[in-house]
Design a protein around this ligand. Structure first.
Ligand code: AMP
Ligand code: MN
Ligand code: MN
Length: 329
């Protein structure tokens, strides 16, 4: 944190001198996207700022339990801002049209993120790749500002910490992660309620999708992969993005080093999700395919058919497995 200190001061000064602030996050938002945005928003409102928050498409219904999420607009096409803050977004494209609009209509842009693949867009960088969630960086920033954490902000921040660490299970979880969680709980965040609303909650449609997709699972030399077709999505009645956690589940197989799920999208694109066991790195793979993420969880979107995506990605994923294995031995 010490090396980034000048940036933290710059961000603090930019915010202090700003009146109109726009906060955005990434498209297809997850708990960390919503949580980091709302935690920051709470602070800004407490300082009397005029805050606008937008994420393309708005907050998905499964994340609307986070207090204050109803204030996030589904689009923005008017107004100008002193500062825009992008949270949990590794590149410009990930911020969607809300971010594109914001970058064109804000005097300064703060890029707050924890993805090692962050491209360094914007003017002020609060980028901490060792943070387990963007909400951890927001927590540290608000501590740096000596702000007394309010219960709603604590709720939002703990949501990001819980979802990005999969309930404190990923290998990057440290004693510090738990210390932050403890402080957030002490400030009023209900851990079990957040767990119940995120990791311990799924729909029948997601189960129906799994039932279909599991038939496609293959295991090949430490690589486990599956495909979801548009027909699977239609037949299961899945009304939300993602794979219902399938790719994360597949990497828990004892035999798996890396898991990949290919999901056919309606617009002749394929969403590819990667997960890895510690010691394997799927971040650079996703980056080389135009996406991004973390060593152990990453993704990208490819144009073309499911077949083309599989043919392109599987050999590269096998390389990742072989690379990790050679480092182990
Ligand atoms: P997912 O598999 O969608 O849960 O994403 C896992 C991780 O990869 C998250 O940290 C995402 O931010 C990142 N990610 C997924 N898709 C993309 C993409 N198209 N571009 C950049 N990062 C991505
Ligand atoms: Mn995210
Ligand atoms: Mn995140």
């Amino acid at each position: 944190m010490i090396s980034t200190e000048p940036q933290w001061r710059q961000a603090a000064d930019a915010i202090a001198g700003a009146q109109r602030i726009l906060t955005v996050s990434h498209i297809a938002p997850d708990g960390d996207a919503i949580g980091s945005l709302l935690g920051m928003r709470s602070y800004l409102l407490s300082q009397g700022k005029e805050v606008t928050s937008a994420i393309d498409g708005g907050v998905p219904p499964e994340l609307s339990f986070v207090p204050g999420s109803d204030a996030i607009l589904p689009r923005i096409n008017s107004g100008s801002f002193d500062v825009m803050i992008a949270l949990d977004s590794s590149d410009r494209e990930r911020t969607g049209s809300a971010g594109t609009y914001g970058m064109a209509h804000s005097r300064r842009v703060i890029n707050l993120d924890h993805h090692p693949t962050n491209t360094g867009y914007g003017d002020i960088h609060l980028i901490v790749p060792t943070a387990v969630a963007a909400t951890e960086i927001v927590f540290d920033f608000l501590f740096f500002l000596r702000w007394d954490l309010q219960p709603d902000a604590a709720y939002a921040l703990l949501t990001g910490l819980v979802t990005d660490t999969q309930g404190f299970r990923i290998s990057a979880t440290s004693s510090r992660t738990l210390e932050i969680a403890q402080k957030l709980m002490a400030a009023g965040a209900p851990l079990s309620e957040i767990m119940a609303n995120t990791l311990n909650r799924r729909t029948f449609a997601e189960l129906a999708l799994w039932r279909r997709a599991l038939g496609s699972v293959r295991l090949d030399n430490g690589l486990v992969y599956a495909a979801i077709t548009q027909e699977d999505v239609k037949q299961s009645g899945l009304g939300r993005p993602g794979d219902g956690g399938l790719v994360s589940y597949l990497v828990t197989l004892e035999e798996a080093c890396v898991s990949v799920v290919f999901k056919e999208l309606p617009n002749a694109e394929v969403e590819v999700s990667f997960r890895a066991k510690p010691g394997y790195d799927v971040a650079s793979l996703a980056l080389s395919l135009g996406g991004g993420g973390h060593k152990l969880a990453s993704g990208c979107t490819l144009a073309g058919s499911l077949e083309a995506a599989r043919a392109r990605v599987l050999p590269l994923a096998h390389h990742v497995v072989a690379d990790g294995k050679s480092k182990h031995s």
